[in-house]
Design a protein around this ligand. Sequence first.
Ligand code: C2E
Ligand code: CA
Ligand code: CA
Length: 729
Amino acid sequence: MNSSGARSVLMILVFPAIAALSVYFGLLAVLEYATARSDRIASQRQTHLAETLVGKVQASVAHDQESATVWDDAVLNVKATNIEWMRQNLGEWMHTYFRHDRAYIIAPDGEAVYAFAADEVNATKAYDQVREAIVPIAEKMRSRLRAGDNSGISDQVLSIGESAYATISDHPALISVKPIISDTGSIGQSPDQIYLHGAVRYLDGTFLSATSSEYQFDNLAFSWSAADQEGRSLAAITNSDGKTFGYFSWSPFEPGEAVARSVRPAINAVGLSVFAVLSAMGGVVRARSRKLQRSRAALEHLAGHDTLTGLANRARFTEQLAALLASSKPAQANAVLFMDLDRFKQVNDTLGHPVGDQLLVLVADRLREIFPRGIVGRLGGDEFTAVVANASSEQVARTCEEIIDGMRRPFEIDGKPIGIGVSIGVAIGRGSDVDPSELTRKADIALYNAKGAGRNRYAIFGPHMDELVQTRRELEHDLRLAIENRRGLEVHFQPVYTAPDGSLSGAEALVRWRHPARGLINPDAFIPIAEECGVINQLGDVVLEEACRAAKRWPNLEIAINASPVELRNASYALKVTTALNNHGIDPSRLEIEITENTLLDTAGDCLRNIEALRSIGVRFALDDFGTGFSSFGRLQRLAVDRIKIDKSFVDGFERETDNRAIVEAMITLARAKGLKTTAEGVETEGQRTVLRELGCDHLQGYLLSKPLTAEDFDAMMNVVEGKLNSNL
Ligand code: C2E
Ligand code: CA
Ligand code: CA
């Protein structure tokens, strides 16, 4: 089970169960305590009651007897042995009225003159059954009478009495003996003349049921011993000699237990409800906290990841790198790789951002394959980064080659293959004492070097690279200044000639930068910088201005300028050019703008609108460096241009590679079929010029004819040409 599942069980089951059980057992304990206490009190009371009851039995039987034994009539009738009277008043009546089980009238000689037993018809037998038990009591009584012992007599007790517990016909019984005496005092009797009345009350049977109902004893019983009376309350019945005769036993009245019985289900219910409520609350709390956790995790992921590719973003990457470096062993080498996609910009610019986005996702997927568990991030745009942890320089090199190979394989989007490449900058740090930002800075510098060295390369940072970076920074700074102040920028013009007759037909404006310290710098070295640091439009303004002046100066020549894709993407480019032409009063048809093939592929941007707008006023367009970019012959048809400029790499190989000649021938044939003019660049030899003429190329440009010239040199050259013409005339 994962930790979240365990937490759920805790929140929904364990905690509520503990709480519910605590409440449940707490209540039970209180209940048990209260129950035990009230039961103990109740039991004490009952035992006390039972004990008094035992005493009361004696007293009440004696009291019952006195209702008839202290009576003149009784003395007279007993002495007269009036059996019928005795039966009516001292025998059966006592049984009927007081539930005495037996009654005896004992003469002074100790024999019974009357005997009654509810369970024995034969009177003689009835006395024989009690003789043994009653005689000692009777003797005790008589000796007290003789001794004049009147103890025990009170307002309620009119005569002395003796009693004892005994077993009679297997019944536990109380035997009570009273003297039969005068109630008025009118009949005097000596102790030896007094008849005695003995009453027997069985302590089982009706006695128990009567007493039970009268005193609320449950299951009252008589038992001979205290054994086997578990769970029952006992009260001992003791004879006057201190010997235990037997016990009354009963089910103790447990009011507490009764209450507990009725309360226990309620407590169970309370325990269960507490559990249910807490469990539900736990569930709710758990669900809430889980939801919270999920959104927090999502937020954390968002904060740390690039939404497009799902790779770590710059912040997260820096964090991970710092953690890795901090935990590195002293000898451990870690390599940071900075990757920049080659030609991604073109794909993005030409095929649109959605395709660009898809491409980035595919690139991320390939990187993930190469670094299944490693640190991989996207820093933004087409810049990716990765870390090769604890690796030798051979491993780093292998990884870089793997990445380059991986990125070189075409990506497929919407069924179309898209080819890009990658440049990689590597910086290697050893041990834990490495500053992550310093390492990434070095990787970035190495990347810049890799790109400068050509595409699909990797470069490992070395100290010399710092200088290059420094140089580039200075160049950037100086170029900005030069463009802002229009100082140091020069525009040279390379003459363009018609191929058949070799006459001068135009000039291509080519920018140069005269650096105060470094001398003349070629555009290949600074145009990319101008593009990157956003000053290319101002640079284009300078060239446009100079080109317009040149056009004014040489009214018979066509003037060509080069336009960067960045410039053409600017929505106001067409307006800018139109304004410049107007300002200088130049016929738009004398201006040709050279663009690259990649510019034309941007169907989504403003490039085509700019081109259409300018063509509509007569400006012409040429496709520069034809054959090196994306364009295919099939595409030429749709290109909104008037000319193709065959790249010098094709011209250059004429003598060595026969293929190039065939290619150039095809280019020219095709261009003609489409009604496009052709210019061959980089014509350096007579041989090249001859072939190009034969192939039907329209215009020629190259060092063979002329290098790019300053405007002044161009003027001088024209004068020479004119001079030649004039002298020929
Ligand atoms: P590009 O448009 O293809 O210009 C032709 C380049 O070939 C020029 O280099 C030129 O000096 C060189 N070249 C001419 N004839 C020969 C030859 O016979 N042999 C050889 N090997 N090279 C020859 P440059 O002036 O250094 O310009 C380089 C590139 O810079 C240009 O290539 C163009 O793409 C760009 N560029 C130049 N000026 C501008 C500008 O004003 N704006 C923009 N956006 N790009 C410019
Ligand atoms: Ca050009
Ligand atoms: Ca060119």
